[in-house]
Design a protein around this ligand. Structure first.
Ligand SMILES: Cc1cc2nc3c(=O)[nH]c(=O)nc-3n(C[C@H](O)[C@H](O)[C@H](O)COP(=O)(O)OP(=O)(O)OC[C@H]3O[C@@H](n4cnc5c(N)ncnc54)[C@H](O)[C@@H]3O)c2cc1C
Length: 449
């Protein structure tokens, strides 16, 4: 049954905004719960996604890039190791179980994990509406003034005049991160963010457009991947990495540091005082931020050195440097790069500039609209969130907002990652169920009263 279509006026128990891995994992948790309980105990769930079909960072689906998380941290296994939504069950269905095993790795290809996500999303497709972009969330009060429901307003991309409103007792906001760009950067055919990388490169290669020099700004994993991918995709071009560091820093994936991604670490982080939270993030930043897999660092270095030996240096590095100005001319870019130790500036002519400058949380206040005012804030104006991922709201509100991804300040480094996705979806389901009895009684009173 499609809860969004079959009974369009029914109040949903939970409406998910965004359908990336976080809400996909929640959809599966709900589906597994519903399969085990009597109809009256089922959770009525729906999900809205603005993309036309399921897609996970499609612009960075580089053919040989691998996952940075074990396949056991898939959508379900850490919550329910017997689930048939696991990566292993996906492999079995695809007939690749033995072949994967022989590859002796915990880290599948990114394209393969995307295929796994798509497979799982297809199995819960009846819970999702694609091409449906949420534009605001309005609080709805009962006759007593208590805010019991949330009206989620969405529109079909490209048809702003058509909006659809759905009512829910709870929403689960998992809208991911958005590309971060240096101030005043305007994207164009020549200036990209790395999230556009793969389709942009394909376009240029298909059209046979000559590419002389490409600059890549940034020193994190995406930047290093972009440098490597561009170097392979444009065999005649010079690819130049620009960053303020001296060299790429390796990602710390050693076993003790990796425990910062354990479900228990979320408990520890959540309980800690602000200064302890900050020190945990600072100590373990190198597990995730502005760092690169060691294999990739070594491979890039080997390429640079080999080219030096051969006397044809296509892969170049401008370290300890910053971009100070970018001018777009008719047929190329002129990029002013400052070498920081001396302050010396040089204007470099380039065909393309790729900003691999990271991602940042989306602006929740804009998305939530009037509902944002109901969220309680801490002394840094960040939204207060409970351990069960439920936002703390003003006392007149019994509707619920669950937040996934935008909770690094409360739940730690795993918030934006996949490590605890499965466990988190179980925690949200448990919280929904715990609030449900009270919700049902309220709805009944509202209907009869
Ligand atoms: C290239 C890349 C590789 C990564 N690899 C890893 C990895 O190997 N391991 C790891 O742990 N993490 C990795 N990450 C981190 C990444 O954040 C998580 O993998 C994951 O995407 C988080 O899932 P999510 O569902 O919270 O967010 P997202 O995957 O970003 O999904 C959010 C969804 O919400 C939709 N949306 C946004 N706004 C609206 C709206 N208003 N209405 C409707 N829909 C909306 C978006 O279209 C999107 O589909 C990677 C990130 C990148 C960029």
């Amino acid at each position: 049954m499609n809860a969004l279509h079959d009974e369009p006026d029914a109040i949903l128990d939970v409406l998910g905004i965004g359908f990336g891995p976080s809400n996909l994992a929640l959809a599966i948790a709900v589906e597994e719960h519903n399969a085990q309980v009597a109809p009256e105990h089922r959770i009525r769930a729906g999900f809205l996604e603005r993309q036309p079909s399921f897609g996970w960072h499609r612009g960075m689906l580089i053919e040989d890039a691998t996952m940075q998380v074990s396949f056991l941290k898939d959508l379900v296994t850490m919550r329910n190791p017997t689930s048939d939504f696991s990566f292993l069950c996906f492999l079995r269905e695809r007939g690749r179980m033995v072949d994967f095993l022989n590859a002796k790795t915990l880290f599948p290809l990114r394209i393969e994990f995307h295929e796994y996500f798509e497979w799982a999303a297809a199995r819960v497709a009846h819970l999702v509406d694609y091409s449906d972009e949420v534009v605001s969330v309005d609080p709805v009060a009962g006759p007593d003034g208590e805010v019991r429901w949330l009206d989620v307003v969405s529109r079909v991309p490209g048809a702003p005049e058509r909006t659809i409103t759905r009512r829910a007792r709870n929403i689960s906001v998992a809208v991911g991160l958005e590309p971060h760009l240096p101030p005043d950067t305007a994207l164009s055919d020549r200036i990209w963010h790395n999230s556009q990388l793969v389709p942009r490169v394909r376009e240029l290669n298909e059209s046979g457009t000559p590419v002389g020099r490409v600059l890549v700004l940034g020193a994190g994993q995406s930047a290093a991947e972009a440098v490597d991918y561009l170097h392979q995709s444009f065999p005649e071009s010079e690819i130049c990495a620009i960053f303020a560091k001296y060299g790429y820093t390796p990602a710390d994936d050693s076993p003790f540091a990796n425990r910062i991604f354990d479900p228990e670490a979320v408990d520890v982080y959540f309980r800690s005082k602000p200064e302890v939270k900050q020190s945990l993030v600072d100590y373990h930043r190198s597990t995730n931020y502005s760092v690169v897999d060691m294999d990739l660092i070594e491979s890039l270095y080997a390429t640079m050195y080999r080219e030096k030996v051969q006397g044809r240096e296509r892969l170049r590095l401008r370290n300890v440097s910053r971009i100070r100005d970018v001018r777009s001319l008719d047929d190329h870019l002129e990029v002013t790069v400052e070498y920081l130790p001396t302050g010396e500036r040089e204007v470099i002519s380039a065909d393309l500039l790729v900003h691999a400058t990271g991602y940042r949380p989306r602006d929740l206040d804009t998305l939530l609209g009037r509902t944002a005012k109901l969220c309680l804030r801490d002394d840094k104006d960040a939204v207060r969130v409970g351990r069960d991922h439920r936002v703390e709201l003003t006392p007149d509100v019994t509707a619920g907002i669950y937040l996934q991804g935008a909770t690094e300040h409360t739940h730690g480094l795993t918030s934006t990652l996949l490590s605890t996705t499965a466990v988190r979806s179980g925690e949200i389901l448990d919280s929904l169920l715990a609030h449900r009895t009270a919700d049902l009684a309220d709805d009944l009173t509202a209907r009869t009263g």
